[in-house]
Design a protein around this ligand. Structure first.
Ligand SMILES: [Zn+2]
Ligand SMILES: [Zn+2]
Length: 365
């Protein structure tokens, strides 16, 4: 079928909307009419070529939410009309998939960034010419996608779908890191470095679980204010004095730190602020030279822990976050700023500049 999709081409400032052809769903896939899709920094980096290499032209987008229009012949458990949030791709049979840790699937990186299905095909083309698709098993900067049924998470039909897409990446990464990966417990302490959508979700989750000290560190004053409004117990400007300010709050160090930034100096601080046997979680690679201070890790029995997708299982964790939100315990909607699909250029710029915490493109009213 003919759809509208935002295509990323070389040497362009942002993806541009074009007419594209979408294959029918295969037996294990569903076709989803996208209602809205969040923009994540991973999309920005893949478009500009500064992130993981992706083939071009490609349709990016990996925080899609919408309504199932067609189910493949072999799909069970999903039906036409179901509302879904789409998470990343996973194989379903490797050890990580079998233990409900699909973000560590042995094929996860390929299914995210290769611009194709597992068998090498792309569901997208334009007048017979291949367009890379299946980005994070979806390519949701489009009016429609086909996605594996196992990547579609059914959500209640009475919820505002245009808010839910970011639950599939940014929000699950922050909340899952605190609740599933680090497993912060009541009365414990955590420092969150970088309070964009991932860091703010982590702060809300830390408060939800009853952490005592939840400290936000960022360069942006407005974001620190929002972090405080969402439950941070202290907010600290990210500068040379930050480590000293953290030591004042917790002279013996914090049980956890959570680093959402790529700055080598922040990686350093995220370990230096830890108590003995503390854990430093991180979600992206440092940009630039950085070597972990192994002596500091060793001397205090500290750990450095990589985390993808919050280590969470989207099929169970997305419904859990929705449930917390309904009870007023997890107001992730405050991070979201909607833009009409046609204004993808403005939304892209707002994401890059940080003026919108979580821009979301709305394909349908
Ligand atoms: Zn993302
Ligand atoms: Zn797998």
């Amino acid at each position: 079928m003919r759809i509208a999709a935002a295509v990323s081409r070389e040497a362009t400032a942002h993806p541009g909307i074009e007419d594209v052809d979408l294959e029918a769903p295969r037996p294990d896939e569903v076709r989803v009419r996208i209602v809205a899709a969040g923009i994540c920094h991973t999309d920005l980096h893949c478009h500009s070529g500064r992130g993981m290499p992706v083939p071009k032209p490609i349709v990016l987008g990996h925080e899609g939410a919408g309504v199932i229009e067609e189910v493949g012949a072999g799909v069970t458990g999903l039906a036409r009309g179901d509302h879904v949030v789409i998470s990343g791709g996973s194989c379903g049979v490797c050890p990580s998939c079998r233990s409900a840790r699909p973000t560590y699937c042995r094929d996860a990186m390929k299914l995210a960034f290769a611009g194709m299905r597992a068998d090498g095909s792309s569901p997208l083309s334009q007048n017979g010419e291949r367009i890379a698709g299946s980005f994070f098993a979806q390519s949701s900067f489009a009016t429609h996608v086909v996605t594996p049924a196992r990547s579609a998470v059914k959500v209640p039909a009475d919820l505002p779908l245009h808010l839910l897409g970011p639950l599939g990446c940014g929000i699950i990464t922050g909340a899952g890191s605190v609740l599933e990966a680090l497993r912060v417990r009541p009365g414990q302490s955590i420092v969150v470095f970088g309070v964009g959508s991932v860091g703010l979700a982590a702060i809300m989750a830390a408060r939800l679980v009853g952490a005592r000290d939840v400290v936000a560190v960022d360069i942006d004053r407005a974001r620190l204010d929002l972090a405080t409004a969402l439950g941070a117990t202290a907010a600290i400007a990210s500068d040379e004095a930050a480590l000293g300010a953290l030591k004042e709050i917790a002279p013996d160090g914090f049980e956890y730190s959570f680093n959402t930034t790529a700055a080598p100096a922040v990686y350093e601080m995220a370990i230096a602020c830890l108590a003995n046997e503390g854990v430093a979680g991180f979600v992206t690679r440092p940009i630039g030279e950085w070597k972990a201070n192994v002596a500091l890790l060793l001397a205090g029995g500290r750990k450095l822990q990589g985390i993808l997708g919050g280590s969470a299982n989207p099929q169970t964790f997305i419904p859990l976050m929705i449930d917390y939100w309904r009870r007023g315990l997890f107001p992730f909607d405050r991070l979201i700023e909607p833009f009409p699909f046609e204004q993808i250029g403005e939304a892209w710029a707002a994401c890059a500049a940080g003026s919108a915490i979580k821009p979301v493109l709305r394909m349908a009213p």
